[in-house]
Design a protein around this ligand. Structure first.
Ligand code: HEC
Length: 119
């Protein structure tokens, strides 16, 4: 039979380690967090900053190959159109095939940007 001294040393060592075991158990995988419900509200109206930034990017990506390259009326001529006219060109007019993969929001932003009417 091991001496009482050794048994009590082992016991106190185990007691001392208990918080570590508990801590290790506590660091288990986190409980899954319930997904936040997706808001069903429509995207907010684009503000001036988004129109300027995204509008310019869209123009560079989708329009400038023709309209900044002498193949089509220059940008200044596009700007002579109203926002609504530009939107119509993109929705149902001459530019509809070009813009068919653009969202309504993108077209709206582009029309506002190019017509110089930010809001
Ligand atoms: C493949 C070349 C091409 C691309 C790309 C293109 N356009 Fe055009 N666009 C033209 C041509 C050519 C005309 C002139 C049509 C005409 O003579 O009536 C035109 C005309 C227009 C007009 C009418 C301008 C006016 O005052 O007569 C608008 C507005 C317009 N484009 C907007 C856009 C926008 C916005 C984009 C980008 C999404 C775009 N276009 C991309 C070739 C292009």
């Amino acid at each position: 039979m091991p001496s009482l001294a050794i048994r009590s040393m082992v016991r106190s060592a185990l007691v001392a380690m208990t918080p570590l075991f508990l801590a290790a158990c506590a660091v288990g995988p986190a409980a899954p967090v319930a997904a936040a419900p997706v808001a069903a509200s429509p995207a907010p109206e684009p503000d001036a900053a988004e129109i300027a930034l995204l509008g310019e990017r869209l123009f560079q990506e989708r329009c400038s190959t023709c309209h900044d390259a002498g193949r089509a009326p220059p940008r200044t001529q596009i700007a002579a159109n109203s926002r609504q006219q530009i939107l119509e060109a993109l929705d149902t007019g001459f530019m509809a095939p070009i813009a068919m993969f653009m969202s309504t929001r993108e077209k709206t932003i582009l029309a506002r940007h190019l017509s110089g009417v930010a809001n």
